[in-house]
Design a protein around this ligand. Structure first.
Ligand code: AMP
Length: 303
């Protein structure tokens, strides 16, 4: 599964990405994180990006596209990925389309987390206070001034992507103001609706969704059992039970199987009764013949 999380700074993209990673076993590709790592390691990319990031501006498109292209090729991304913070401009989105095409990969969904802008400043302030409490290093660009600039960048450069992806029928918008777990559930529902993820309880939902199909399957399984009624007369359920077990599903299917079993039993019973009558008749004829013969012998002896 390959998805993009779209939303302004503080909308909860990072938090949701981490939760989705745990749930679906895919990787989170955050350009912001990668750039911060590059800055910390002092790589050429890091040196280039350091000042730009501190000011709240965007790093040049070709730099982030290069980073993402390399990262997608890593073995851990083969199973799928969540792009967090990328693409951020229309040229980046176009470059991503080309990249995915070249690599024969398909994008499943773009999830936009829509939030109330006035709440964002408060959210980021809370995040900073919590990080300070935990003794963690606070991001240089998490100040009210830089945040205002990042928000303006989002509006001018990233928001056009909403139109870009909605035109391509990839966009799903989710209310990012809900509680964290509610947002996660809404994303999951959306991914299910798009067919991007397999339902966890696939067998159960299939059984619920298509009882008629199961019933047909059960019916198809019954004639075999009915063909061997003699053995199944007393225990008609042996083979039919197997069929029901294989179906393991709707009551309707089990009923069909039971009915067929009973039918088979009745048929076998009738056959057995017929057989028994014939046997008795034959026995009676034999007995009668024996009696007649005895009579003849007795008469002859008297003479
Ligand atoms: P983030 O952690 O996503 O908020 O990103 C932090 C900073 O990294 C941004 O303010 C930009 O300076 C830079 N950055 C991250 N992703 C991109 C991107 N896709 N394009 C350009 N700059 C980016």
């Amino acid at each position: 599964m390959r998805i993009i999380l779209l939303g302004p700074p503080g909308s909860g993209k990072g938090t949701q990405a981490q939760l989705l990673v745990q749930r679906y076993g895919i990787v989170q590709l955050s350009t912001g994180e990668m750039l911060r790592a590059a800055v910390a390691a002092g790589t050429p990319v890091g040196l280039k990006a350091k000042e730009i990031m501190a000011s709240g501006a965007l790093v040049p498109d070709e730099v982030v596209v290069g980073i993402i292209s390399d990262r997608i090729d890593q073995p851990d991304a083969r199973n799928g990925f969540i792009l967090d913070g990328f693409p951020r401009t229309v040229p980046q989105a176009e470059a991503l389309d080309d990249l995915l095409k070249q690599k024969h990969l398909k994008l499943d969904a773009v999830i936009e987390l829509r939030v109330n802008e006035s709440a964002l400043l408060h959210r980021v302030e809370t995040r900073v206070a919590q990080m300070r409490e935990r003794g963690e290093e606070v991001r240089l660009d998490d100040t009210p001034e830089v945040l205002t600039k990042r928000l303006a960048n989002y509006r001018n450069q990233t928001e056009p992507l909403i139109h870009y992806y909605s035109e391509r029928r990839k966009l799903s918008t989710i209310d990012g103001m809900m509680a964290i777990d509610e947002v996660t559930r809404a994303i999951h529902r959306q991914l299910l609706a798009l067919g991007a993820v397999e339902p966890a309880t696939r067998a159960k939902s299939v059984a619920k969704a298509a009882p008629a199909k199961k019933a047909r399957a059960a019916k198809a399984a019954t004639p075999k059992a009915a063909k061997k009624p003699a053995k199944t007369a007393k225990k008609p359920a042996k083979s039919t039970k197997k069929a029901a077990k294989a179906v393991k599903g709707p009551k309707a299917a089990k009923k069909t199987v039971k009915k067929a079993g009973k039918k088979a039993g009745k048929k076998a019973g009738k056959k057995a009764a017929k057989k028994a009558t014939k046997k008795t008749a034959r026995k009676a004829v034999k007995k009668g013949a024996r009696k007649a013969a005895k009579k003849v012998t007795k008469k002859r002896a008297k003479r």
